[in-house]
Design a protein around this ligand. Structure first.
Ligand code: CA
Length: 233
């Protein structure tokens, strides 16, 4: 099922194929973009790409456990919401999960309604639920940006912006005329604390999309080779 570009992306780290598939189906049905991951190692790698809004993480995984993954993800991405799946009756797992930096947990077997409620609550808390206060409108060349409606008004009409795209633009506008490094963008927009290990390609991909949407104002975002991006002053 294809979801709009802007729906929250959820990484599902679960080694049991039937459960992983079930979780992904439920999430997709409710408007999320799920991606399944079978191992802790793969989950960690995926989680660190900066592409996800939330991680659903099983505790019992072969190889690297959910606790290890949680701890390592948390060290790199302090604001990435992590929801752990723990076994019923294993209270020590819950305590350990929180100690590793998880934000919340659901116990298996869980009800779908409960899982969805937790996912929604975490996304809302992390500002992905669209409740963060939008700033005032601003313009980039001939293009008007309306943060409230999350749109860009170009010569060709209104174009919808994703939350990340709007955050990227807002940051570039705030620093207008100055170079903003990919590292700073990863820290401020994605919430990564030590982004050197991350794929900076994530930023480039988002900038490319953003330029396309800006139409006539696309060249306002300059690439400064080896350094980052700058919005023309
Ligand atoms: Ca498992």
């Amino acid at each position: 099922m294809s979801q709009p570009d802007d729906s929250p992306r959820v990484l599902v780290v679960e080694d049991e194929p039937a459960i992983q598939r079930g979780l992904c189906d439920v999430l997709a049905y409710h408007g999320y973009q799920p991606t399944g991951s079978d191992t802790g190692e793969d989950g960690l790698r995926e989680g660190l790409t900066g592409q996800y809004d939330l991680v659903l993480l099983d505790v019992m995984l072969p190889g690297k456990s959910g606790f290890d993954v949680c701890e390592e993800l948390r060290a790199e991405a302090p604001r990435l919401p992590i929801l752990m799946l723990t076994a019923r009756g294993a209270e020590e797992d819950v305590v350990r999960g929180f100690r590793c930096g998880s934000d919340d947990y659901v116990t298996k077997p869980f009800s779908i309604a409960e899982l969805l409620a937790r996912v929604e609550a975490l996304l809302r808390r992390s500002g992905q639920g669209g409740e963060a206060g939008p700033g005032p409108p601003f313009s980039i060349g001939p293009v008007e940006i309306e943060p409230e409606r999350r749109i860009a008004v170009t010569e060709e009409g209104e174009v919808e912006l994703s939350r990340r795209e709007l955050e990227l633009l807002t940051l570039l506008v705030r620093e207008r005329g100055r170079i903003v490094s990919r590292r700073v963008l990863l820290q401020e927009v994605w919430g990564f604390e030590r982004p050197e290990r991350l794929e900076t390609r994530t930023v480039d991909m988002h900038i490319a999309k953003l330029r396309k949407k800006l139409g006539a104002a696309r060249d306002a975002i300059e690439t400064v080779r080896g350094e980052g991006y700058r919005l023309a002053g």
